[in-house]
Write a protein that binds this ligand. Structure first.
Ligand SMILES: [Ca+2]
Length: 89
Protein backbone atom coordinates (compact mmCIF):
# COMPACT_ATOMS: atom_id res chain seq x y z
CA UNK A 1 0.00 0.00 0.00
CA UNK A 2 2.94 2.30 -0.36
CA UNK A 3 2.97 2.48 -4.12
CA UNK A 4 3.20 5.86 -5.77
CA UNK A 5 -0.43 5.56 -6.90
CA UNK A 6 -1.85 4.86 -3.46
CA UNK A 7 0.17 7.69 -1.94
CA UNK A 8 -0.92 10.16 -4.62
CA UNK A 9 -4.43 8.90 -4.11
CA UNK A 10 -4.27 9.62 -0.36
CA UNK A 11 -2.97 13.10 -1.06
CA UNK A 12 -5.78 13.70 -3.50
CA UNK A 13 -8.34 12.52 -0.93
CA UNK A 14 -6.95 14.89 1.71
CA UNK A 15 -7.06 17.78 -0.74
CA UNK A 16 -10.58 17.09 -1.95
CA UNK A 17 -11.93 16.37 1.55
CA UNK A 18 -10.51 19.48 3.16
CA UNK A 19 -10.33 22.06 0.44
CA UNK A 20 -12.52 23.42 -2.31
CA UNK A 21 -9.67 23.83 -4.73
CA UNK A 22 -6.01 22.82 -5.05
CA UNK A 23 -5.24 26.56 -4.70
CA UNK A 24 -6.73 26.49 -1.23
CA UNK A 25 -4.77 23.39 -0.28
CA UNK A 26 -1.55 24.91 -1.55
CA UNK A 27 -2.14 28.12 0.43
CA UNK A 28 -2.93 26.11 3.55
CA UNK A 29 0.25 24.08 3.48
CA UNK A 30 2.38 27.03 2.42
CA UNK A 31 2.89 28.08 6.03
CA UNK A 32 5.14 31.04 5.42
CA UNK A 33 3.15 32.15 2.36
CA UNK A 34 6.18 32.46 0.13
CA UNK A 35 4.40 30.74 -2.75
CA UNK A 36 6.53 27.62 -2.51
CA UNK A 37 6.33 24.39 -0.59
CA UNK A 38 9.44 23.36 1.24
CA UNK A 39 10.25 19.80 2.18
CA UNK A 40 8.90 20.53 5.65
CA UNK A 41 5.62 21.89 4.30
CA UNK A 42 5.16 18.93 1.98
CA UNK A 43 5.91 16.59 4.85
CA UNK A 44 3.08 18.23 6.78
CA UNK A 45 0.71 17.58 3.87
CA UNK A 46 1.74 13.92 3.88
CA UNK A 47 1.25 13.71 7.63
CA UNK A 48 -2.30 14.96 7.15
CA UNK A 49 -2.72 12.31 4.43
CA UNK A 50 -1.85 9.76 7.14
CA UNK A 51 1.21 8.53 5.34
CA UNK A 52 3.38 6.89 7.97
CA UNK A 53 6.58 8.53 9.18
CA UNK A 54 8.82 5.89 7.72
CA UNK A 55 7.82 6.37 4.12
CA UNK A 56 6.92 10.04 4.52
CA UNK A 57 10.52 11.20 4.30
CA UNK A 58 11.04 9.05 1.25
CA UNK A 59 7.92 10.29 -0.49
CA UNK A 60 8.71 13.91 0.31
CA UNK A 61 12.08 13.53 -1.35
CA UNK A 62 10.53 11.77 -4.33
CA UNK A 63 7.87 14.44 -4.74
CA UNK A 64 10.46 17.18 -4.61
CA UNK A 65 12.68 15.37 -7.09
CA UNK A 66 9.76 14.58 -9.35
CA UNK A 67 8.11 17.94 -9.41
CA UNK A 68 10.57 20.71 -8.98
CA UNK A 69 11.74 21.86 -12.34
CA UNK A 70 13.53 25.07 -11.58
CA UNK A 71 16.04 23.18 -9.48
CA UNK A 72 15.62 25.00 -6.19
CA UNK A 73 14.28 21.98 -4.32
CA UNK A 74 10.97 23.68 -3.68
CA UNK A 75 7.56 23.05 -5.18
CA UNK A 76 5.90 26.19 -6.45
CA UNK A 77 2.27 26.66 -7.37
CA UNK A 78 2.65 25.63 -11.03
CA UNK A 79 4.45 22.46 -10.04
CA UNK A 80 1.90 21.67 -7.37
CA UNK A 81 -0.87 22.27 -9.88
CA UNK A 82 0.63 19.97 -12.48
CA UNK A 83 1.18 17.35 -9.77
CA UNK A 84 -2.44 17.52 -8.69
CA UNK A 85 -3.60 17.49 -12.31
CA UNK A 86 -1.60 14.33 -12.75
CA UNK A 87 -3.22 12.80 -9.67
CA UNK A 88 -6.69 13.43 -11.11
CA UNK A 89 -6.05 11.45 -14.28
CA1 LIG B 1 6.42 28.02 1.91
Amino acid sequence: MSTKESILNKIQIVISNNFQTPEEAFAFFDNDKDGKLTKREISELLRKAEISGLIRGLVTTKLIEGYYKVGDGLVDWNEFKSASDEIKK
